[in-house]
Design a binder for this molecule. Structure first.
Ligand code: F0G
Length: 433
């Protein structure tokens, strides 16, 4: 089956070889996507095959990404695939969160169950497979933390060198710790995410290092399988809404591409609507979506949010994301720091838990149901993007009333749960109980 890279810009659509090492169209500068010109898939046959692979012990079939390899067929063979058994993340019903969000029912697709604790693993196994196929010895990314944790793990597993660039002081310790533990050379740069991305692109070009940010179209291919797996788990029943947090907007692009391809090939017969949720202090995509002319994105020069994963002012994939949200008749919402913090605590009370950026989903759902955009009886899947242990410092501060939003604004610990200091005395503890 042939695969190629194509410029995403509708007026350009320049074609490139699948093995070309480029991240933007060399003619117009547009984003690139993979394309499979003569692909014909039998949806009924593949649904059965994909289900059967779940019971197989072959590494490729055990991966919740490569199990669906027919839909991400950019490799000639699978010799370069490194799998840590990514994907395979559960759908978790959460009645308490549904109630908080104004819904009769709500299901979380929890990407925090991935090997490095975030959805980035779905894409990284593909990005690293492409790096190996191209014979690259070093890979690099700038990250708000999860991409770097994931890249460090997959590159080290593959025997190539991970080089990580992170905004100094602005990523959670859980994520930084992962990068160090997985053996990445880690550079803390005195700049924000958007500035460092520009820097890393220069270095990648100059030193011949392969770039594994979400601008890399092969990572987007892998993230498509989050949608494929979710639909497979629902026996191909399409939800009405899929809610996800938006930062650099790679995931939004991936979800939209997956849905378009699945519909085009007859796996599904209608599109769910995408609802992308941003943090109020880092919401350039929200502003773009709600402007009268959605022509160019005005970057937020100093993005702010305690949900550091989505602290991005100049999202690189906005053109793709705008296309996908529009094509799905979706919406973009923004939520405050307090709304994120409280929604996160409610997700915790469900016994599920997630990192701050992921909780933007429930905060967004609550806002969208209150506004009547999402009806209370809608069938909604919200994607939790990262594991609860990614940012324990945030959790401790919230529950003990010490969490402060940018600008020294104290977050109310609405659902606070303080640890109780007690003496080593059974009578006194029994009295408290
Ligand atoms: N949620 C989490 C937990 C993330 O780590 C990210 C992005 C997002 C949501 C937003 O996804 O960028 O595809 O819109 N983290 C990137 C990183 C930027 O470097 O780890 P997006």
């Amino acid at each position: 089956m042939s695969a190629e890279l194509v410029c995403f810009e509708p007026n350009c659509r320049e074609h490139f070889a699948i093995t070309e090492i480029i991240y933007n169209c060399t003619r117009c500068g547009g984003l690139l996507e993979t394309n499979y010109p003569d692909r014909k898939l039998d949806s009924a046959q593949l649904k059965t095959l994909w289900r059967a692979r779940r019971t197989c012990n072959q590494p490729l079939d055990q991966s919740g990404v490569w199990r669906y390899r027919e839909i991400i067929s950019f490799l000639e063979n699978f010799d370069s695939v490194i799998t840590l058994r990514e994907g395979n993340t559960p759908l978790l019903p959460a009645p308490k969160a549904a109630n908080y969000g104004g819904l009769d029912r709500l299901v979380f697709k929890h990407q925090g169950f991935n090997p490095t604790g975030s959805f980035k693993d779905n894409g990284m196994t593909c990005g690293v497979a492409q790096a190996l196929r191209l014979g690259m010895k070093r890979v690099a990314c700038v990250s708000t933390g999860n991409t770097s944790a994931s890249m460090a793990a997959y590159a080290s597993a593959a025997g190539i060198e991970p080089l990580i660039f992170i905004p100094h002081g602005n990523i959670s310790y859980g994520k930084l710790a992962q990068a160090l533990e997985y053996g990445a050379r880690t550079f803390q740069v005195e700049a924000n995410f958007d500035q460092i991305l520009a820097l890393v692109r220069v270095l990648a070009e100059r030193l011949g290092i392969y770039l594994l940010n979400s601008i890399n179209p092969f990572r987007i291919e892998g993230q498509k399988t989050i949608i494929v797996e979710m639909l497979d788990q629902r026996d191909w029943s399409v939800p009405e809404w899929i809610v996800l947090p938006g930062g650099n907007l790679g995931n939004t692009s991936a979800f939209g591409k997956a849905l378009r391809e699945l519909k085009q090939m007859g796996f599904i017969h209608r599109m769910p609507r995408l609802a992308v949720i941003q943090a109020e202090g880092s919401a350039p995509f929200y502003e773009l979506f709600h402007s009268s002319r959605r022509e160019s994105l005005a970057a937020v020069p100093h993005p702010e949010t305690l949900a550091t994963a989505i602290k991005i002012g100049d999202p690189v994939s906005w053109t793709k994301a705008l296309h996908e949200v529009t094509a799905s008749e979706g919406v973009v919402e923004k939520v405050t720091e307090q709304e994120i913090a409280d929604a996160k605590a409610v997700i915790g009370q469900c016994g599920i838990g997630c990192e701050p950026a992921s909780a933007a989903t429930l905060a967004g759902v609550r806002k969208l149901t209150a506004a009547g955009t999402i009806p209370h009886d809608a069938d909604v899947v919200a994607v939790l993007t990262g594991n609860v242990l990614k940012d324990p410092d945030y959790i401790y501060r919230y529950h003990t009333g010490q969490l402060e939003a940018p600008g020294n604004v104290r977050i109310q610990s609405t659902f606070g749960n303080q640890p109780i200091l007690v003496p080593n005395d059974a009578d006194k503890i029994a009295a408290l109980l």
